[in-house]
Write a protein that binds this ligand. Structure first.
Ligand code: HBI
Ligand code: FE
Length: 273
């Protein structure tokens, strides 16, 4: 069993990397990028954390069109040693983790259709690039993502993927951060969504709970609706430090605990007003 699962240093039979083929995008596709970029940039001012907004600027991405992955990769590489790998869509879990463990972030090369401006089932280049690449410019977050990839390959060998997938969901995709000027967004699923970028901070509906690693890994998530709960970190070092230890004993402990519904609130939760 063990030998069939990738390690960070092995090579998969198929890496799922394709070309971006930037020159194939048409004016209509660049126009969709522009509309999404302008909309989300305006919404994220005062809502996303400084690390996200600074990272976005540092990628060289702009409203004028879909960014060129090679140019952005050169900037990213200089900042944190990461590069972008163009893919056609979702890649198998082991291959996804293997890329992360080697500091490559898979970014889908196609952009959504005009009627999908507000909701998309699968990630496209706007979600993957605008949502994910900015935070990879931050050295601490970039190290967290690499460690996540290494941890993912290990979790696959231990049959613990669902726990680790929750951690990804509630941090990388839907994470909030508590800074000097209040709650801010860093999660890509929020940053790339019109509705969620407002709802996560301003709606009275969802619970906002201080990040706790085991609590997060115990909690189910919704894939087809706004989230019922967000977990807020204090800073990225906290996230990196919490996820540094060997997770093996955590997985053992988690198997003894019931899964929690997204709406659950525990007496031990620290709720953020
Ligand atoms: N593939 N392209 C792509 N993007 C993802 O975010 C992704 C994936 N494959 C698997 C995967 N995510 C999951 O394993 C993680 O969300 C845990
Ligand atoms: Fe994503």
């Amino acid at each position: 069993m063990d030998g069939t699962i990738l390690t960070p240093d092995s090579r998969p039979a198929e890496d799922f990397v394709i070309g971006q083929w930037w020159e194939r995008y048409g004016a209509a596709e660049h126009a969709i990028w522009r509309a999404l970029f302008e909309r989300q940039s305006a919404l994220l001012r005062g809502r996303a954390c400084m690390e996200f907004l600074d990272g976005l600027a540092a990628t060289g991405a702009a409203a004028d069109g879909i960014p060129d992955f090679e140019r952005a990769s050169d900037l990213l590489d200089k900042a944190t040693g990461w590069r972008i790998a163009a893919v056609a869509g979702l890649v198998p879990d082991d291959v996804f983790f293997w890329h992360l463990a080697n500091r490559r972030f898979p970014v889908t090369n196609w952009i959504r259709a005009p009627e999908q401006m507000d909701y998309l089932e699968e990630p496209d280049v706007f979600h993957d690039f605008f949502g994910h690449v900015p935070m990879l410019m931050n050295p601490v977050f970039a190290d967290y993502m690499r460690a996540y990839g290494q941890g993912g390959l290990k979790a696959l060998r231990q049959g613990a993927l669902p726990y680790l997938a929750r951690l990804y969901w509630y941090t990388v995709e839907f994470g909030l951060i508590r800074g000097g000027d209040g709650l801010r967004i860093y999660g890509s699923g929020i940053a790339s969504s019109r509705a969620e970028s407002v709802y996560c901070l301003e709606s009275p509906e969802p619970n906002r709970i201080a990040f706790d690693l085991l609590r997060v890994m115990q909690t189910d998530y919704r894939i087809d609706d706004l989230q019922a709960v967000y977990f807020a970190i204090d800073d990225f070092q906290q996230l990196f430090d919490a996820t540094r230890p060997d997770f093996t004993p955590y997985y053992v402990a988690l198997r003894e605990r019931p899964d929690l519904a997204p709406e659950a609130v525990l007496p031990s939760d620290i709720l953020i007003p």
